[in-house]
Ligand binder design. Structure first.
Ligand SMILES: NC(=O)c1ccc[n+]([C@@H]2O[C@H](COP(=O)([O-])OP(=O)(O)OC[C@H]3O[C@@H](n4cnc5c(N)ncnc54)[C@H](OP(=O)(O)O)[C@@H]3O)[C@@H](O)[C@H]2O)c1
Length: 295
């Protein structure tokens, strides 16, 4: 079933949001899209997206967000806000979506490793799970999308973007999920404009997509980089200490298996067949792989 001219609000158009926006604007189902930007933000969209409707908003003003969703008959809210806005902006967006009466589905800013169950862990991923719990608590239907590591981030994570070597912590032999940003955008545009918004494939589900299952050692070989194995706590090249810690954290998640979209944090194990289980919703699509990706 096709749902032409669905109305979608996209909160944040940055690293992943621009790819989602591009895919929505180019989709044959022609959804109507409004991009929400923080009032006063100086962020420019890439030139090919400059025709998008961009509306400045105040993420603390639930009444104004509600009025905006009503005025544009918004049916789907997609959030790609980054960490500082996970709770404040997303709770306001969710409250407004619920109050609008028009929004039928909310896609929170997950876009990474599976976070179900992370709420109890008190770590940097917990807040993503808390947002999903909030959506549940207010009775707003939601779809979480787990993607694994964005494909274009791989060279950065192993310090190979600026160096001739790849710096790998641990064995680098654990398979993990990576999906290109272009495919993430394409998948989002496809499922959110083609499926009924009441579909059990969308409502209160976690969609686990996967472009490719690969190891960091295999990535280094694809990128033609020699491998330097570093002990945990040793430096992976980065511009700042914060970046170093973040790269180390991402590599720890990869080594532990948690970056597979088949991972279940509640049981600490891979669920057989779960990685990429939502790929079937985009029938016939050929997913990009490391080396083939244009992202
Ligand atoms: N799996 C991966 O490898 C991977 C990699 C990167 C990110 N992610 C995930 O993807 C999601 C989005 O990350 P991103 O890197 O795409 O985000 P981003 O580019 O840092 O931010 C997206 C947009 O959000 C707006 N924004 C910035 N700060 C905000 C705030 N405090 N409150 C509300 N809006 C704010 C900005 O737009 P305006 O200035 O126009 O308001 C910005 O362009 C996050 O959940 C992140 O964890 C995953």
């Amino acid at each position: 079933m096709s749902a032409l001219n669905r109305s979608i609000a996209l909160a944040g158009a940055g690293a992943i949001g621009t790819h989602i926006l591009r895919a929505l604007l180019n989709h044959p189902n022609h959804p109507k899209v409004v991009v929400l930007t923080r009032r006063g933000s100086k962020k420019d969209l890439p030139s090919d997206l400059s025709s998008a409707t961009v509306i400045p908003v105040d993420y603390t003003d639930v009444a104004a967000l509600t009025a905006l969703f009503k005025e544009h008959s918004i049916e789907v809210v997609i959030s790609t806000v980054p960490a500082p806005g996970y709770v404040t902006a997303q709770h306001a967006l969710a409250d407004a979506a619920k109050a609008s009466g028009s929004v039928k589905l909310f896609v929170p800013s997950d876009w990474g490793v599976p976070t179900e169950g992370a709420k109890e862990e008190g770590n940097s991923l917990s807040v993503k799970d808390e947002v999903a719990e909030y959506l549940k608590s207010i009775g707003l239907p939601y779809t979480r999308i787990f993607t694994g590591l964005f494909m274009s981030f791989i060279p950065w994570v192993i310090g190979a973007d600026a160096e001739s070597s790849a710096y790998i912590q641990g064995t680098g032999k654990t398979p993990f999920t990576t999906t290109s940003e272009e495919d993430i955008g394409g998948f989002v545009a496809h499922v959110l404009t083609s499926l009924p918004l009441t579909s059990p494939d969308l409502v209160n589900t976690s969609l686990r997509i996967q472009g490719q299952k690969i190891t960091l050692q295999e990535c280094a070989r694809f990128l033609n980089k020699s491998i330097v194995l570093v002990a945990e706590g040793e430096s992976i090249p980065a511009k700042t200490d914060e970046e170093k810690h973040f790269k180390a954290l991402v590599q720890t998640l990869i080594e532990g298996g948690m970056t597979s979209t088949g991972w279940d944090r509640r049981t600490n194990r891979e669920i057989e067949g779960a990685a990429g289980s939502a790929n079937k919703l985009w029938e016939g699509h050929v997913w990009q792989t490391v080396g083939s990706s244009s992202a």
